[in-house]
Design a protein around this ligand. Structure first.
Ligand code: UDX
Length: 450
């Protein structure tokens, strides 16, 4: 099948590259010229394990262009729109890029072309219907259908999530459009592609569900899923705080809860909270949608509030142990919003750096791959020092904060760490270190609810 993907960000690139890997011919449209020339050289400019490997394997079936290529577009049966929908000041999703992409596609499509436009960008409920209304007159003369096809991939696991999804959701008004989507995804639905070498776990799972619904329901599936995962984390974080008060251990509580198959163990890791390019943006947008429609959605508001409170609690915990933070030096280990990504957007770690600096602390921060992005958000200064080498970041500090659970941290030589820090004090904001081992080495260890 010939496919055009509009947008070369995380979602567009992963979708385009995976669809070509499973056998389709894909043209990815990326407007940013610097990004485009890097892509043409095989450089993705994002850190996503395995994606460059798949790009190399499917190079003969992928083309890149910086604007919609009329010929390729008119030869495409499926056009996937995967442009960004960043948050506006009021929390609502900004649909400027989506409208521009949609308009460009419709204006370049010849009238007799029969194609399906799939909106993969995360868009508020009703966007599909709104587009139908807005572009209705242009669409009358076309044979194009458009559907909602939300994306559920996680950064750092994007290839796995795309090739081995739990479900593919299609919100459509037309049965032919559903048929085309089913055909495009059939290698994934039937798992008939060659397993990439780098994927070793999770391949035994059941084949994905193919869920067909209305565009509005499909749009809401995406927001409702992300908000649910966010509130699951906020819930365990509040339970963690209660654990500290009553003297229980949140890890045992999470295990005891999570082994109930109705609850599930995933997304019950307590810590300094959720961040990234999706949860904060999607919870805000869902709250805005509920406001517009006079629905309360108090549970999502509470999840957002808890996510903010947990960082307050963490900083207060540091202060109550260390005293006034003015002039104290603090090592911050991990800046990305989670491991296996260099993405620092809405990262809890970056938020903590900000809060610590406001309290007068001197932060020595490190991260295996996110330093470059962190520097763009919080420039280096006499208050924030970035170190490539974790041991340099640890030298002479009054305490150590674990802010992203990179596996590297548990492999540190803690004898050496103990010799170079000023005080043997560790606040594990991700509960990823071995408390007993560290206490055995003379460290004071404080986790979250542990
Ligand atoms: C998320 C959704 O998982 C994905 O389906 C959707 O398409 C995009 O948004 P992503 O933002 O890549 O994916 O990250 P995810 O792995 O879900 O983690 C989000 C945040 O929650 C991270 O900051 C992570 O550290 C935090 N988290 C996750 C916890 O604090 N505890 C957990 O148990 C799980």
């Amino acid at each position: 099948m010939n496919i055009t993907v509009i947008g070369g960000g995380y979602v567009g690139l992963t979708t385009g590259i995976c669809l070509s890997y499973v056998g389709h011919d894909v043209n990815i449209v990326e407007k940013d010229l610097a990004k485009l020339s890097a892509l043409e050289l095989g450089n993705l400019l994002i850190y996503e394990p395995g994606l460059d490997n798949l790009l190399q394997k499917s190079r003969s079936r992928i083309t890149f262009s910086n604007k919609v290529n009329r010929n390729l577009l008119n030869g495409s049966e499926l056009i996937v729109i995967a442009v960004g929908t960043p948050p506006k000041d009021d929390g609502d999703a900004d649909l400027t890029f989506l409208h521009a992409a949609f308009e460009e596609v419709i204006s370049c499509l010849d009238e007799d072309v029969q194609a399906v436009v799939a909106i993969k960008s995360t868009v508020p409920v009703g966007t599909n219907d709104m587009l139908a209304e807005k572009f209705g007159s242009m669409l009358l003369s076309h044979r194009v259908q458009f559907v909602s096809n939300p994306e559920f991939l996680r950064e750092g696991h994007a290839v796995y999530d795309t090739l081995y999804p739990d479900r593919i959701v299609v919100g459509a008004r037309d049965r032919d459009a559903v048929g085309l989507l089913r055909e495009a995804y059939s290698p994934i639905l039937q798992r008939s592609f060659v397993k990439p070498d780098f994927i070793t776990d999770g391949i035994e799972k059941d084949l994905p569900y193919f869920i067909v619904t209305t565009p509005k329901s499909a749009e809401l599936v995406k927001y409702a899923s992300n908000a649910f995962l966010a509130l699951k984390i906020s819930y365990i974080n509040e339970i963690a705080l209660l654990c500290e008060k009553v003297g229980a251990n949140v890890e045992d509580v999470a295990l005891g809860m999570g082994t109930d198959s109705r609850i599930g163990r995933s997304f019950l890791n307590a810590g300094i909270g959720w961040g990234g390019s999706c949860f904060p943006k999607d919870t805000s947008a869902l709250i805005r949608t509920s406001e517009k429609h006079g629905s309360e959605l108090s549970i999502v508001r509470a999840a957002v509030k808890v996510n903010d409170n947990i960082k307050d609690y963490f900083v207060k915990n540091v202060e109550s142990t260390l005293g006034d933070l003015q002039g104290k030096s603090v090592a911050v280990l991990g800046l990305s919003f989670k491991p296996d990504t260099d993405d620092v957007r809405d990262s809890p770690a970056m938020e903590l750096v900000d809060r610590l600096v406001k309290k007068g602390a001197i932060v020595k921060a490190t991260d295996p791959i996110a330093l470059e992005n962190a520097r763009k958000v919080v420039p280096e200064s006499d208050k924030v020092i970035y170190e490539e080498d974790v041991y340099k970041a640890l030298e002479g500090v009054d305490c150590v904060l674990i802010t992203t659970e990179w596996p590297q941290w548990s492999k540190l030589d803690f004898d050496r760490v103990g010799r170079i820090v000023r005080q043997k004090l560790i606040f594990d904001g991700r509960n990823c270190l071995d408390k007993e081992v560290l206490e055995g080495l003379g460290f004071i260890y404080k986790g979250v609810g542990r």
